[in-house]
Design a protein around this ligand. Structure first.
Ligand code: BES
Ligand code: ZN
Length: 648
């Protein structure tokens, strides 16, 4: 077994007594918490947090903040409920780029605090001292603070960066360790906290959060309107999220709906109609949906991810609004996180595959239930293609499911290993034990571990105790340790076969061999078939990795009408081919794509490919980035800066 140095050093058994009054607040549309939510938690050392939860930990966060769009700041107070071992006299919080103005107790008496040295990835430890904790007592800390205009979790959009063009917009992205740039708390996925918030925003904007809304229309106050929220399920802090803007709501069914800017609401609603059935199907598969409502906030185009599973309110990129519901697997993915990730949560970022691998597996089961096996297999097969590229590109050590993140940003683990190798592992177990047994185990796993942090080692314990049950032959057949702790793909992996892709691959070969684009049955293909055609890996071995002539590319571009293509996944796949071939006529399309959306999954690979094309690509990259960068979220600029450099 390979272990991450430092991760196993400080295991401490801690009684989390779960007595927070807010956790059982009446009027909530959420089912009562299961026993697993309040059972003792074994805290595991998280190298991406300064917190020492085994000594003192945050149980509840209460935010009272005012948005200032001119100054690009949130300011006010965060009141923390702290519990810990009797006699504890301090707590260590995570803070990064925050203006801490003062800390007091419940009576207003000041408490001493220190901000330690700043680490570029982790930020600063914020240590607060208080009188020795009595047994079972709660210490309140009232932290008066403000965020900075360049807080990495927040993007402050000008009216011009929105669809409406008249109002500014603010949104947050907490995962993995960015919540500490706008909320001073213990920012570790293993330290769950309930929370509530009162947010004051300008009168013509609405505030939405990843929580129950207690004010359907804001209350008029000095300087705008106040909006109130509460999250009575304990959550890891990376799931605290906010959006402020000119947004409206459209219901899909009694518990699902869409928030977005008014001019986009109709299209977004129609695209996301399948959401309602997805929630039903997910519950049938793996047990009750424990968060009440499931709404989706479709953000402006700079949202740096495809989707983010903020509880009750998934955040999504507008690039999923394709007009034909062809990209809704993204919703299935974020919804699946309501179990894998939001109920059973990776204890540290080295266990990230437990969040994403389980979610990709679950996502595909939802897609299969809604759209059938063929569509599900196509999606699996596209994932396998991506995984093969990832396996070829990454250093072998980073192709283990449990990776070593010592001294690194958790973002380094955000690769298809966690997503696709993780899902492939679960599919392998399913294939070996049969779907019925696998599903029974997985449903039980979510139940037993609901509202709890999960480590890779605890996962192994759970599956050995509840599925393998001492069957030595089965244990050998599953090869679980190899999947988790060894690089690459173990020998029991059976890749998915999509029959639908056989003719697609044949069409790609025929075209590469000199056939006309008019022979490609493009019009009859689904988005997934089109993605496969364009992602099809170099069909002919060439010394420079290029296999098409300019005439072939021009034929493809005009026959498939790629200049007018509206599906972001298809545009992205086409532009990857165009850049690889230094195909100049596609540069305007590329420029448009890179300056009108900021999803990192699209933007970063394209800038990286451009950069790899030296004399041809670098000037284009530099020019386009200078233009695009001001519109990108800090998450995206942080990554692209490393490739292209910061424009001056
Ligand atoms: N939770 C992730 C996004 C994330 C991971 C943000 C790690 C920050 C750090 C989300 O569920 C996700 O995986 N989004 C994908 C879409 C999905 C369909 C694979 C994305 O944004 O591309
Ligand atoms: Zn995910």
């Amino acid at each position: 077994m390979i272990r991450t140095a430092g991760l196993v050093s400080a295991l401490a058994l801690m009684l989390a007594t779960g007595g927070c009054a807010t956790m059982t607040a009446s009027g909530s549309d959420m089912p009562p918490l299961p026993a697993s939510a309040t059972a003792p938690v074994q805290y595991v050392r998280d190298i991406h947090s300064y917190a020492r939860p085994e000594i003192a930990h945050v149980r509840h966060v209460s935010l009272d903040l005012k948005t200032d769009f001119a100054a690009k700041t949130l300011s006010g107070t965060a009141t923390l409920d702290v519990q810990g071992v009797p006699g504890a006299t301090e707590i260590i919080l995570d803070a990064r780029n925050l203006d801490i103005r003062g800390i007091a107790d419940a009576s207003g008496a000041p408490l001493q605090f220190t901000l330690g040295a700043s680490d570029p990835i982790l930020g600063q430890p914020l240590t607060v001292r208080f009188p020795a904790l009595a047994d079972g007592a709660t210490q309140k800390l009232v932290i008066t603070y403000a965020t900075r205009p360049d807080a990495a979790a927040l993007q402050w959009l000008t009216p011009a960066q929105t669809a409406g063009g008249r109002q500014p917009y603010l949104f947050s992205q907490g995962q993995a360790i960015l919540t500490r740039t706008w909320v001073p708390t213990q920012d570790s996925p293993g330290i769950r906290q309930t929370w509530d918030a009162r947010i004051v925003a300008p009168s013509d904007l609405k505030v939405v959060m990843s929580a129950e809304t207690l004010t359907t229309s804001g209350e008029a106050v000095d300087g705008g309107k106040a909006w109130r929220f509460r999250m009575t399920n304990p959550v890891p802090p990376y799931l605290i999220a906010i959006g402020v803007g000119d947004v409206d709501f459209a219901a899909i069914d009694h518990r699902t709906g869409v928030w977005t800017e008014p001019s986009r609401l109709h299209a977004a609603h129609d695209e996301l109609v399948p959401t309602a059935r997805m929630v039903d199907v997910a519950e049938e598969l793996y047990g009750p949906y424990r968060w009440g409502r499931y709404d989706i906030l479709v953000l402006p185009p700079s949202f740096p991810f495809g989707g983010m599973e903020n509880p009750r309110l998934t955040f999504a990129t507008p690039t999923i609004i394709a007009g034909d519901q062809s990209l809704v697997s993204l919703v299935a993915h974020e919804l699946a996180h309501s179990w894998s990730g939001n109920l059973v949560t990776n204890a540290t970022w080295a266990d990230f595959w437990l969040n994403e691998g389980f979610t990709v597996y679950f996502e595909n089961r939802i897609m299969e239930a809604l759209y059938g096996e063929e569509r599900a297999l196509m999606l699996q097969s596209l994932g396998w293609g991506d995984l093969q590229s990832t396996l070829a590109d990454l250093p072998p050590a980073d192709t283990r499911l449990k990776i070593d993140l010592a001294g690194r940003d958790p973002d380094d683990g955000l690769t298809d290993i966690a997503y696709e190798k993780g899902a492939a592992f679960l599919r392998t177990i399913e294939r070996i034990v049969g779907r019925e047994r696998f599903d029974a185990w997985l449903k039980g796993y979510f139940e037993r571990n609901a509202f709890r942090p999960m480590t890779t080692e605890l996962f192994l314990e759970d599956i050995r105790a509840n599925l393998v049950k001492g069957d030595q032959a089965l244990e050998r057949q599953l090869m679980m340790d190899a999947w988790i702790y060894q690089p690459g793909m173990p020998s029991n992996w059976v890749p998915p076969v999509s029959n639908a892709f056989v003719p697609v691959d044949a069409a790609a070969r025929a075209f590469a061999a000199g056939g006309p684009a008019s022979a490609i049955p493009w019009a009859g293909w689904s988005t997934q078939e089109r993605q496969r055609f364009l992602a099809w890996r170099q069909p002919v071995a060439t010394s420079d990795g290029r296999w098409l002539t300019n005439a072939q590319l021009a034929d493809l571009e005009s026959t498939l009408n790629l200049k007018a293509e509206g599906n972001a996944e298809v545009v992205f796949a086409w532009l990857q081919i165009a850049v690889k071939h230094r195909y100049q006529p596609a540069v305007p399309t590329l420029e448009h794509f890179l300056t009108t959306q900021g999803r990192r999954k699209f933007v970063l690979p394209l800038f990286t490919s451009l950069w790899a094309e030296g004399d041809w690509g670098r000037p284009i990259a530099t020019r386009v980035y200078a233009q695009a960068r001001p519109g990108y979220h800090p998450v995206t600029t942080g990554s692209v800066d490393e490739v292209v450099g910061r424009p001056n």
